[in-house]
Every structure is written in C-alpha cells, then in structure tokens.
Write a protein that binds this ligand. Structure first.
Ligand SMILES: NC(=O)c1ccc[n+]([C@@H]2O[C@H](COP(=O)([O-])OP(=O)(O)OC[C@H]3O[C@@H](n4cnc5c(N)ncnc54)[C@H](OP(=O)(O)O)[C@@H]3O)[C@@H](O)[C@H]2O)c1
Length: 328
C-alpha cells in the first residue's frame, strides 16, 4: 500500500511511518522537515530517505497537492498548528481551511481513504478556536466523499520525555518552582494516549480501505485529575513544588500571566491564552470511556514512573519545534 503521512518525521507521524515501513508499505512524507524531531523509532536510513524525498505542502495549490498524492491509497493527516496567537487571522481557522483543501486534493488524486487526527469532544460552536477548527475540518472530511476515519486524542505522550512537551515542561516547572498552581479546584481530568497507541489506531483504520465513518477516541486508560497528574509528575521527577488549587481566587488568565517570566527565559510560549481554559473545560477526556480499546492501551502512570528521571531535566520549546523548523 502507498501511504501519505503529514509529518512523517514529526511526532505521531514518525511512529506511524516506522510501523508502516516495517510492514513493507511505501510512505510519502508530506512535511517541511528534513530531519526527524528525534531519531527513534525510525532507522537512520529510513529517516534520511523520508527527509530527502519529502514534499512540502502548499495549501494554496490544490492541484500541486493532488499531484503529490497521486498513486497514494491512503492519506494520514496529523496536520495542525500549536498556537492561536501567531499571525493575524486565527491560525486554527486557517488550519481548518487548509485541511479542507488537503481533502479536496486527496479526492482529486484518487486517494481511497483519509484518516484525520483531531481532538476529543469537538464541536463547531465551541468557544475554543482549536476545538471549533478541528470540528470544521472533520465536517469537511465527512463531506469530502472519500472514505474516512477520525481519531480523537486530547494529549499524546511518547517514548521519550523530550518529545512529550506538555508533560516534560510541566515537570521542568515542578522541579524548579516552589509553587505550582492548578486552575480551578484541580479536579478536571485529562486522558492522554501513548504515541504508539494512536499510531496503531490510525494504521488499523487507514489500512482498512473499504470501511468509512469510524470516529473514535484516541485516549489512554488513565484519566487523572490535574491534582493527581501533577502530583505524580512531581514525585516521579523529584520536584519539590507545592501543588495548590487556585480556586476562585485566581483566574486562568492570571495563572497564565504568572508563567510569562518562564517565556522570557525560554523564548517559548509555555501556555497559550486559552490552554488552561481548555484543560479545565471537560473536553480533555474520552467521549466513550467504556471503549474496551482504551483499557488495553499503555498506562500514563506507568509511563511517568518510567520517565521520571528524564522528565523536566531540560526545557523543550514548542516555538522551536513548530515554528523554526530545520529544513535541511
Ligand atoms: N500532541 C498532542 O498532545 C495532541 C493533543 C490533542 C490533539 N492532537 C492532534 O493530533 C495530531 C497529531 O499531533 P502531533 O503532536 O503528533 O503533531 P506533530 O507531529 O507535532 O505535527 C503534525 C503535523 O502538523 C504540521 N505542523 C505543525 N505546526 C505547523 C505549522 N506551524 N505550520 C505548518 N505545519 C505545521 C507538522 O509539520 P512538519 O512535519 O513540517 O513539522 C506535522 O506535519 C494533531 O493534529 C494535533 O492537533 C495532538
């Protein structure tokens, strides 16, 4: 099978590419990136080949994208953007429009199935531009006339601490700050998935070319509250921070503002304007928690235990990863 993957050298796309290549499938890498964000699980020759023969998507040129997808049986799309506040128009609405053009290109190229990585609990009328943008991209996919599947993560943790930016940088703060404030009462839940599990789910759905309309959560078995999650992260990484729920006293905007000195030091944006609101919104858990596939996936708690020594040792910048791409 010939498979196109957005970001075959990036995060989840790397694991998907490695698995498909190991089974003898061809992979077309749709990416800006010439070198992987981390070497494993690709072999050095695989990473070199994907980097050398990559295709940079031009979302304004549907014909060119269609030519890049010619001969592909399936398109795996992990494409999205991290921040809402870079550029004039909301980048989430731009990303949604870009997805719709990518679906159109895939259709013109005769791609048989498209698998999209979305987000848990999307809705077009969501106040969150990220969630509404994902819902619009999903709607365009349903209308595309191409067989499709949608997988819905709310967070992804990987083989290494460094590639798991959210967990790593939370641990970085927990190691260095005397106080770690949680928004609200700290009882909101978060149910991320291991990167190998979301890659396996995408592969399973994408290689079933004849089926269509699968829409499933990509969540893991552990759904800790914020208090449970950050306490576990602190204890596993050897941090000393006191973890306290801010309650009604401090708004999410105030807590986000308190992290700005970290941004001045790192040159990154640790928290985007509405990140904490999204984390406390109830949208970061599975829609169908009883799905038996969820129980069979890798445990976040076991992962934190195993990665504890590495988590938060050094800071990982989202700005560097997504906005200063090494295109060698
Ligand atoms: N990671 C999470 O915790 C998480 C949580 C919820 C939902 N999701 C969703 O799951 C999907 C996969 O996530 P991931 O973390 O595995 O993504 P990723 O590999 O970091 O990035 C996926 C793709 O988006 C492209 N991309 C990222 N920023 C871009 C920018 N500023 N301009 C142009 N292209 C950009 C990347 O292009 P390059 O290959 O050129 O870098 C890559 O092809 C995404 O759609 C994401 O929204 C992820």
């Amino acid at each position: 099978m010939k498979c196109a993957i957005t970001g075959a050298l990036s995060y989840s796309g790397r694991y998907l590419a490695a698995s498909l290549l190991s089974k003898g499938h061809d992979v077309v890498n749709l990416s800006r990136r010439g070198v992987p964000i981390a070497p494993e699980p690709l072999s050095a020759p695989q990473a070199r080949a994907l980097g050398t023969h990559r295709v940079r998507l031009d979302f304004n040129d549907v014909d060119a994208m269609a030519r890049s997808l010619e001969g592909c049986d399936v398109l795996f799309s992990t494409y999205w953007v991290r921040f809402a506040d870079r550029g004039g128009e909301s980048p989430h609405s731009i990303a949604a429009a870009n997805c719709a053009r990518l679906w159109e290109a895939a259709k013109r190229a005769g791609v048989q199935k498209i698998v999209m990585a979305s987000h848990t609990r999307t809705s077009v009328d969501s106040p969150f531009p990220y969630i509404a943008g994902k819902a619009k991209a999903e709607a365009a996919l349903r209308d595309s006339g191409v067989n499709y599947a949608i997988v819905r993560p709310c967070g992804i943790f990987g083989d290494s601490a460094q590639e798991s930016i959210l967990m790593n940088n939370a641990a970085w703060v927990l190691r260095r700050s005397p106080l770690f404030l949680l928004a609200g009462d700290g009882s909101h839940r978060f149910q991320p998935v291991h990167v190998r599990d979301i890659a396996a789910l995408m592969e399973e759905l994408g290689t079933s070319l004849k089926t269509s309309g699968e829409e499933v959560d990509a969540c893991g078995p552990d759904a800790p509250t914020a208090m449970e999650l950050f306490t576990k992260l602190r204890d596993a990484s050897g941090g000393m921070a006191r973890i306290a729920a801010a309650g009604p006293l401090l708004s999410t905007a105030t807590i986000t503002a308190l992290t700005k000195p970290i941004d001045w030091i790192t040159g990154d944006t640790l928290l985007d304007a509405d990140d904490l609101d999204l984390l406390t919104s109830g949208l970061t858990v599975a829609d169908v928690p009883d799905d038996p596939r969820i129980k069979a996936r890798r445990s976040l708690f076991e992962w934190i235990e195993a990665q504890g020594r590495d988590l938060g040792r050094s800071y990982v910048s989202s700005v560097e990863r997504y906005y200063t791409v090494d295109t060698r």
